[in-house]
Design a protein around this ligand. Structure first.
Ligand SMILES: [Zn+2]
Length: 152
């Protein structure tokens, strides 16, 4: 039986992209001061000098540059989903700076991307990813992958 594809957090990214190029993180933009927020802010602008309350969804840039990176060598506690009976597989964590939005967005590296593949300033793109699978569901998320990456 096919697993249901379920976003880890609903509303933070394109849930059913037709192609990778259609996949975006989704933030919100304040209509008063134009500040962009991710994770999305839907109630009040977080800019302390702005009283804006109208925030609209906005697709974030698909590409940015590595701001920092590391790897996760220990199993995070719940609610991070992982099976304690399986060996822990380290993953790469990447902070990517989006120039247009002037923000840094964290995410896991795509499968196969290790810290040895990264350097500060390397161009990255956001791609659909899988965080975890259980018997019924595939939990979807976003991954960062170097532009031009050809190892999968
Ligand atoms: Zn504002």
């Amino acid at each position: 039986m096919a697993r249901t594809r379920t976003p880890v957090v609903s509303g933070w990214f394109t849930e059913h992209p037709a192609t990778e190029a259609d996949f975006h993180l989704i933030g919100t933009r304040c209509r008063t001061c134009a500040a962009v927020f991710f994770p999305r802010e839907d109630t009040c602008c977080r800019n302390p000098r702005c009283a804006g309350t109208e925030l609209t969804g906005v697709a974030l840039s698909r590409r940015g540059r590595v701001w920092s990176y590391t790897d996760g060598r220990y199993r995070p506690p719940a609610p991070y989903p992982s099976d304690p009976l399986l060996p822990w597989r380290p993953y790469t964590l990447v902070a990517v700076e989006l120039a247009a939005e002037r923000m840094v967005v964290l995410g896991q590296g795509a499968p196969g991307v290790t810290p040895a593949d990264l350097r500060v300033g390397r161009e990255m793109e956001v791609v659909p990813g899988v965080l975890y699978e259980d018997a019924e569901r595939t939990w979807t998320t976003w991954h960062w992958r170097p532009v031009g990456w050809d190892r999968g």
